[in-house]
Ligand binder design. Sequence first.
Ligand code: GLU
Length: 306
Amino acid sequence: MAHGLFQLAPAPSRSDGRFAPSPTGELHLGNLRTALLAWCCARSNDGSFIIRVEDLDSVRTRPGSAEQQLSDLAAIGIEWDAPVVRQSERSALYREALAQLRAADLLYECWCTRAEIREAASAPHGQADRYPGTCRELSENELTERRAGDRSPALRVRADAATVTFTDRLHGEVSGSVDDFVVARQDGGYAYHLAVVVDDADQAIGEVVRGDDLLESTASQCWLQQQLGLARPSYVHVPLVRDSDGERMSKRDSSVTIAGQAALGNSPALVRDELLASIGLCTAGEQIDNDELLARFRTIIVESNQ
Ligand code: GLU
């Protein structure tokens, strides 16, 4: 967990913040540190802080996982200001946003399987990780034929490889090209990008603080905000905690969870200390309270204006 210090540009204004875990297993130390930082960003700036459970993927969501995650967050001193919201209860909002995109002619049906996309992307002129455009310009005949088949389509946005630039308080100005990403899955579920953008706006989130594995997705989310006429929050993508081999932590490694640490004799207070120590906010074993944490966060992590 040896991480250097990092510094954030001053916050633009008072902003409410959130932590939005997917309940697919226990939170690992990396998730917990991101949650602490998200909490610090909101509270150090007089914003309120909420938790949103991102449980749209019914296959990956595990029963009891959300409750466990909330209890782990509370155990390391994170407090939230409003009842926890679950995405699985907010379909009406996502349906409305999808209708808005459809009315603006920004959606098309896509029947491609993951394997087909992978194959097309690995062809000589294909681009890895980008949708190859197979279903983008289907003729009326091709559409009729596919609609008559037994596979249901996903819905993709027509983004025309737009380039979007946004500002991140840690990474500065970031530009990204927007792929034709999926907003409604083949199984009829709403996709992450759609739900996150709709929810952040509906919940008046002024600043999104999350792991830097999502930095690349942010251009797509900003593009979606533009199309839906939603305000853009400020962004902070914080470094992930790496394990001792420099790899991303995995929910499968049970020693890097609160329960796993407890089994090794390490209390949640000690875990909190280690996480804060890894970004220079305390020394090991110091056990600072939330007021002291916010005071240090303001002076150590946020660059002063002077
Ligand atoms: N639910 C996402 C995750 O657990 C985070 C989404 C976000 O913070 O925007 O990776």
